[in-house]
Design a protein around this ligand. Structure first.
Ligand SMILES: Nc1ncnc2c1ncn2[C@@H]1O[C@H](COP(=O)(O)OP(=O)(O)OP(=O)(O)O)[C@@H](O)[C@H]1O
Length: 271
């Protein structure tokens, strides 16, 4: 493909506000540092979108805006037709957004099964009082959560380690537990923060298959922050590239990979 043609295909464009996730003109500063500058892009329902960029480009900051950990100074994020700014951080899961973390955020002394159950609990109805009084609907809810957790344990092939504390498991397996836990809320959007970090070649291959399979099975949209370029290019339907807080390319993986702006941004970067 000619370079000019590649550029045209990846040029940032007006955001599609009807998409599952529409990030529109988001700006966020930390003191004098502009971490995000007028960032706009959209992710369609069921699509896998890779978010790339050199260190400090703003990827984590953007994730934190979508999870409501940070409030943008300007712009809007619309998810499934709702403006996220209207919701508190603890309401995000109920809207249908789940997240995994770079360093795996599980309860190390709890078993695999209990970690997955905790994920399902994020959506549990009834609450503390109903559970404390052992009301019938609380018992029904518990059964429902147990069934959901067991289904996920089977789906993610975790049966063999279901009763082991997750802190004892190899890192790659803990990552699978974290995926199962995130999906326990049956999200419409899954945010994956550097899922390949700390994995070897073979494990990254397995992860790529797993990510595609999750989307096929569940139709969930996935936004993936990742430095591992091969993984991003292999699994994504769309890739958004950031540099110094700005979107420099947005398009199909092959077009973004060959985009001269992206190549320039990565020049001198060893990753
Ligand atoms: N809490 C914070 N306080 C001050 N500056 C911050 C904070 N978080 C991020 N920054 C700055 O904002 C910019 C974007 O950082 P961010 O962590 O979002 O980049 P990134 O693309 O995720 O980088 P990496 O690939 O290294 O994880 C950087 O200049 C960073 O130093």
């Amino acid at each position: 493909m000619e370079l000019a043609e590649a550029r045209a295909e990846t040029e940032p464009r007006a955001v599609d506000r009807a998409a599952l996730l529409a990030v529109d003109g988001v700006t966020l500063r930390f003191g004098g540092v502009t971490a995000l500058q007028d960032v706009s892009f959209a992710v369609q329902a069921g699509a896998i979108c890779g978010l790339i960029g050199p260190n400090g480009a703003g990827k984590t900051t953007l994730f934190n805006c979508i999870s409501r950990l940070y409030d943008p100074h300007a712009g809007t994020i619309v998810f499934d037709g709702r403006r996220l700014a209207r919701f508190a951080r603890h309401e995000i899961a109920a809207l249908g957004i789940a997240r995994t973390f770079q360093n795996v955020a599980l309860f190390a002394t709890m078993t695999t099964r209990d970690n997955v159950r905790v994920g399902a609990h994020a959506l549990a109805r009834g609450g503390f009082l109903a559970n404390a009084l052992a009301l019938p609907f609380a018992a029904r809810e518990e059964r429902r959560l147990t069934e959901r957790a067991e289904a996920l344990i089977e789906e993610f092939r975790l049966g063999r380690v279901a009763d082991r504390p997750v802190g004892e498991l190899p890192f790659a397996l803990r990552k699978r537990v974290e995926l199962a836990r995130a999906l326990a809320i049956e999200p419409k959007l899954l945010l994956l923060d550097e899922p390949a970090a700390g994995l070897n070649h073979e494990e990254v291959d397995g992860l790529a298959d797993e990510i595609r399979a999750i989307r096929e099975r569940r139709g969930v949209a996935i936004l993936l922050v990742e430095h591992h370029m091969n993984l991003v290019m292999r699994v994504s339907d769309q890739v958004v590239a950031l540099e110094f807080g700005r979107v420099i390319a947005d398009g199909p993986p092959e077009a973004v990979r060959t985009d001269p702006e992206v190549a320039r941004a990565y020049l001198g970067s060893a990753r």
